[in-house]
Design a protein around this ligand. Sequence first.
Ligand code: PEP
Length: 258
Amino acid sequence: MSDRTPLMAGNWKMNLDWKQSLALVEDLGGQLKGKDLGGVEAAVLPPFVNIRTVQTAVDAGKLPIAYGGQDLSAHESGAYTGEVSGPMLTALGCTYVAVGHSERREYHGETEQVTNAKVNAALAAGLTPILCVGEGLDERKAGKQVEYTLAQVEGGLEGLTAEQVGGLVIAYEPVWAIGTGEVATPDDAQEVCAAVRDWVRTAHGDQAADAVRVLYGGSVKSSNVAELMERPDVDGALVGGASLKAEEFAKIVGYRAA
Ligand code: PEP
């Protein structure tokens, strides 16, 4: 087992209004609080408008749940209608922010340059970026999953120092496994997560490679999380659908206790 703290991060996507978010975080917190989670860290990424609600519930209940945004602006402030900045998230007590999720890349045309700018904006605001990378079905069928994913890693992390890279979270999310019910095999996940860590080792050295947390994401559930987590380079999971049910997500976070 590595020294890295496993992270289970729930991406709520564009689901739940503020009342539903409150109910979910309180339910989840109630299930996690006081339990021995074996050192596993839990985080949720609510829609922007529900972060304040989650903050209030976490603070009031002293819930063992970190939280963050699903995206952020590449800019710090100013005339960028509709955007939310890193400092705004920091002021709400956020720890994490997802950057370059495949749905941002696909539906909002986010390029490698935009993703890199957002990673930098997150770091400048004191947030931990969760950089999302991963191949589509075509690249997987062509056996190009490693080179495709590493190109995204390289683009997203351009210009970062070894220290910054070591503090990051990188989520390997094969697009064909997101929301489809089709989970990658543990070997598939390990192959690419190990390649990501090897890339970090070559580019930024042992310390960064040993510290960076590499998550797997794509149809993770309580029934498959433990075998994914057995792989040495899988340090946690980014969870979509299964994070919307308190009991199911609590089981994922508590996989070591199960
Ligand atoms: C995701 O959106 O990051 C994700 C992994 O979704 P799901 O778990 O629903 O496949």
